[in-house]
Design a protein around this ligand. Structure first.
Ligand SMILES: *Cc1c(COP(=O)(O)O)cnc(C)c1O
Length: 379
């Protein structure tokens, strides 16, 4: 099996976790603090607050931003469902902004007034937020694909145009904790609010005794463990290497498919000059996606559709979205397929993927007169 994404773990990572197992702290000890400091430094943010996973981190960011019932949140429909669910967790309503066909990120110029915006850096390509025409009260970057990406304004995570930036450390992401998430921010107030939120809302009041704490707000147990943080910190050392390997593999896909004489493959948007792509995913557009998907699966190649637009899920039926209002999202969705891309993918494995994609696309064009300029088969 060649998976579309997977972790890359070495002996240093294993030793780092084992060291925690031999220590006094299994959770919220020195490893968590060190990991948070490491992430904050890496992305040029003042604060980093860790969570059990990226979804919990998004929930905390919404709550810290004061988003709740009667508020309206906008996000990209071409994302993982957690980008929208985080608004529902706090009782807010969700709307969507169509993607820009030149980036596959939500089009910042099309964002209308809302209480919060969740801007997703799709596939690892930064969503350029200086293009916003309105200023929502809260701007959250869902950078779960984009640790290691940069814009002209610096590393994604420095919150140059946002209040908070969310990262995930699921095994398919840039680096992993097993499960884990972080929110970066430059606001002490937001950081403190998120620290309370992840730990039952407790606030220590030592002036009334060393034992004394109070709960003023509703919180959760969303804590990252030291075991996970030690793995994350060890992985962070390798982030630059991992992102460089992902970029090299992506460049190779681009070179081979661009030279393909019969076309039939649309490549994903590349980074603009001055910005850097983290390449969490390498999604291409093909016609007759079902055939290409089946051909890849038949050769044990993992591939996935990222994503079924969020408004198409039955959970979002009450958002009353008409897919016709999202022509660019629908167009991309109709042909999209992610090819394997991760630091442990070998050149030989990539050759097999490339060969299989080319064969499948060519047999498509032999099977029928396919109009590749209008990829609109829904399945
Ligand atoms: C992975 C991901 C999340 C959720 O992160 P988890 O750590 O799996 O909870 C949220 N948004 C996007 C865009 C993601 O890719």
């Amino acid at each position: 099996m060649i998976p579309y994404g997977r972790q890359s773990i070495d002996e240093d990572d294993i030793a780092a976790v084992v060291q925690v197992l031999r220590s006094d702290w299994l959770t919220q000890g020195p490893a968590v603090a060190n990991f948070e400091a490491g992430i904050a430094e890496r992305v040029d943010a003042k604060y980093a607050v860790s969570f059990a996973n990226g979804t919990a981190a998004l929930h905390a960011a919404m709550a810290a931003g004061g988003i709740g019932p009667k508020h309206h949140v906008l996000t990209s429909p071409l994302s993982f469902v957690a980008s929208a669910n985080c608004a529902r967790y706090v009782g807010a309503s969700v709307g969507f902004v169509d993607i820009d066909p030149s980036t596959w990120n939500l089009d910042p110029r099309a964002v209308t007034q809302c209480d919060a915006l969740v801007a997703v850096h799709y596939a690892g390509l930064p969503c350029e937020l200086e293009g916003l025409k309105v200023r929502p009260r809260v701007i959250i970057e869902d950078a779960c694909h984009a640790l290691g990406a940069r814009t002209a304004a610096g590393p994604v995570g420095n919150c140059a145009y946002s209040d908070m930036t969310v990262f995930s450390f699921h095994p398919v992401k840039s680096i992993t904790c097993g499960e884990g998430g972080v929110v970066t921010t430059n606001s002490l107030e937001l950081a403190e609010s998120m620290r309370r939120f992840r730990s039952h809302g407790t606030v220590a009041k030592p002036q009334y005794g060393g034992w004394y704490y109070e709960v003023e707000t509703l919180g959760f147990n969303y804590r990252l463990t030291d075991l996970q943080a030690a793995l994350g910190l060890s992985q962070l050392d390798k982030l630059a290497t991992f992102v460089a390997m992902r970029n090299a593999l992506a460049d190779r896909y681009r070179r081979v498919f661009r030279d393909l004489s019969n076309g039939g493959i649309v490549l994903p948007p590349a980074a603009a000059p001055g910005s850097k792509h983290a390449y969490h995913l390498f999604p291409i557009l093909v016609s007759q996606r079902r055939n290409v998907y089946d051909a890849l699966r038949a050769r044990d190649i993992g591939t996935q559709v990222h994503y079924v637009p969020i408004y198409r899920h039955p959970l979002y039926a009450d958002s009353f979205v008409n897919p016709l209002d999202f022509p660019f999202t629908e167009h991309v969705y109709s042909g999209i397929l992610s090819l394997p891309l991760h630091p442990t993918l070998t050149r030989g494995e990539q050759d097999i993927v490339i060969e299989t994609v080319i064969e499948a696309v060519q047999s498509n064009s032999n099977r029928a007169e396919v109009d590749t300029s209008a990829i609109n088969n829904a399945a």
